[in-house]
Design a protein around this ligand. Structure first.
Ligand code: DGL
Length: 264
């Protein structure tokens, strides 16, 4: 069986590229689904996000995934708990769904923290809740950055650089120790944030976090690991094909990468 990765679009694919580059994770078989037809999830309400995420996870299970990583922070914040508590016990008792928020905040030991994320993630306050569980004394702020996902999906570099400078100035003003890039898409421009922020801020980006945490999970769950096939297969599905998506996929997975259309 395979490892599934779900996101609304390019961000999760970038995360997957960092997983398959990791020596210990490259041997597994992966299926990716980007719900490009319905993005941005960050502008949707909880009911819509739950419905779309459940359909996406169901699609990945039907492709033979034992484990699905809901890489999308917006889905993790707004839908993960309901999927784990209702959808899984009802339809797929022996499969697993993992989110990305808890593993990300586990990297914060101390220091005031700012989270930059989509509107719907900020609204859910899931990062604040999880961070408080780890350290109730932390000062936490969450900033929505709704324009970044559409700019990333359409490769608008000049506008992205301007937006990164704008958000960096807001974050620096808050005098925080940590910045969490709380949207998979923002990892794609993690180096731009790093360049534009002052040196004193620790940047937490999920392309670095998720591979480490996945490996740790598989080491702690040998029964699941045993079920996973290790033939280095990668299948990439999207719900809508676009040239910009294909261009990025080729950059990260090579010229021969094939994108398949999924109906969910
Ligand atoms: N990449 C997703 C996330 O991590 C959401 C992007 C979107 O708004 O669709 O939150």
């Amino acid at each position: 069986m395979k490892i599934g990765v779900f996101d609304s679009g390019l961000g999760g694919l970038y995360l997957l590229s960092s997983m398959v580059m990791s020596k210990d994770l490259s041997k597994y078989d992966y299926v990716y689904l980007g719900d490009t037809k319905n993005l941005p999830y960050g502008e949707k309400n909880q009911r819509q996000i739950l419905e779309l995420t459940s359909k996406g996870v169901d699609f990945l299970f039907r492709q033979g995934c034992q484990l699905v990583i809901v890489a999308c922070n917006t889905s993790s914040a707004q839908a993960l708990r309901k999927i784990q508590q209702n959808f899984l016990p009802k339809y797929y008792q022996d499969r697993r769904v993992l989110g990305v928020i808890r593993p990300t905040v586990e990297l914060i030991k101390a220091g005031d923290t700012c989270v930059i994320a989509t509107n719907a993630t900020v609204k859910a306050k899931a990062y604040t809740r999880e961070l408080r569980k780890l350290n109730s004394a932390l000062k936490i702020s969450e900033i929505p950055a709704p324009e970044l996902v559409p700019l990333l999906e359409t490769n608008q570099l000049a506008k992205l650089e301007k937006a990164v400078r704008k958000y960096s100035a807001i974050i620096e003003n808050k005098k925080v120790k940590n910045l969490i890039l709380g949207c998979t898409h923002y990892a794609i421009i993690g180096d731009k944030f790093a360049q534009s922020l002052g040196k004193g801020i620790k940047l937490i980006s999920q392309d670095k976090v998720v591979p480490i945490k996945l490996l740790d999970y598989l080491n702690r769950h040998p029964k699941i690991d045993k079920k996973l096939t290790k033939k280095r297969q990668r299948k990439i599905y999207v719900t809508k094909l676009s040239l910009d998506f294909a261009k990025n996929a080729r950059t990260w997975f090579g010229q021969k990468v094939k994108l398949e259309l999924a109906k969910i």
